[in-house]
Design a protein around this ligand. Structure first.
Ligand code: SAM
Length: 218
């Protein structure tokens, strides 16, 4: 069984997607609780398949300085913090203070609270204001903001750093003509055009769950 509706891609055949999730090992207690909470309250988390990709990218890149744009209850944040290791620092950002309160409790339970800096507000503004550059920036804000998120993130990324974005296929809608008032789909489409046109980035769009774009800054 696919554990919750929000893990469905909307474009991969159900049996193939189910197979992919069945291969994954059981999540630990904190991560399982978060997955259950997200399913019950319709929180759109990346889920365990994309989380593993995120953690793998962070580990391969040796990323310790990480900024997350759009963190919700902190599910992806915990995967990043674990991958970054004890010397890592992950900046959590979300516009909703209730999400941040819940996230802090999960961070404490997961034993990674010291590695995470929680900030509430607009992720794009917070990224601009946070000093220094990052090894990895993970983008999961509102989809109509994706082109702006890219413009803000690029100068804040180290050379050789990774810019990773979720929902790059947007349930497959990214591949089809969008209605003029569908700001989310238009935002994702514009973002995809921009990253592939960028001379500074080397992107790969991976059709895992809702699509994940991993870009390396040259
Ligand atoms: C898809 S959810 C994030 C899920 C999280 N990355 C995970 O996988 O566990 C998007 C979250 O980003 C927040 N958000 C959207 N746009 C934002 C912005 N511009 N600044 C801060 N938070 C934003 C929303 O409140 C929501 O909680």
């Amino acid at each position: 069984m696919i554990r919750s509706e929000n893990l469905r891609s909307g474009y991969i055949q159900d049996d193939v997607e189910q197979y992919l999730y069945e291969l994954l090992p059981e999540s630990d207690a904190v991560i399982s609780d978060m997955e259950r909470y997200a399913a019950e309250h319709r929180v759109p988390i990346i889920g365990p398949a994309v989380a593993r990709l995120l953690a793998l990218c962070a580990q391969i890149a040796g990323a310790t300085r990480i900024f997350e744009m759009g963190s919700a209850i902190g599910y992806s944040t915990i995967w990043l913090a674990r991958a970054a290791g004890p010397k890592g620092k992950v900046h959590y950002t979300d516009g909703d203070p209730a999400n941040a309160r819940r996230a802090r409790e999960y961070f404490r339970r997961a034993g990674v609270a010291k590695r995470i800096n929680v900030q509430v507000g607009d992720a794009l503004e917070l990224l601009k204001k946070t000093p220094g550059k990052f090894d990895l920036i993970f983008n999961d804000v509102n989809k109509d903001q994706y082109p702006d998120a890219l413009r803000v993130a690029l100068p804040k990324l180290k050379h050789g750093g990774l810019f990773i974005t979720d929902n790059a296929l947007w349930s497959g809608k990214a591949a089809r003509p969008a209605a003029p008032d569908d700001a989310a789909t238009l935002g994702v489409q514009e973002f995809n055009r921009l990253v592939y046109a960028s001379k500074e980035l080397y992107p790969v769009l991976i059709p895992l769950r809702d699509g994940v774009t991993v870009c390396r800054k040259q």
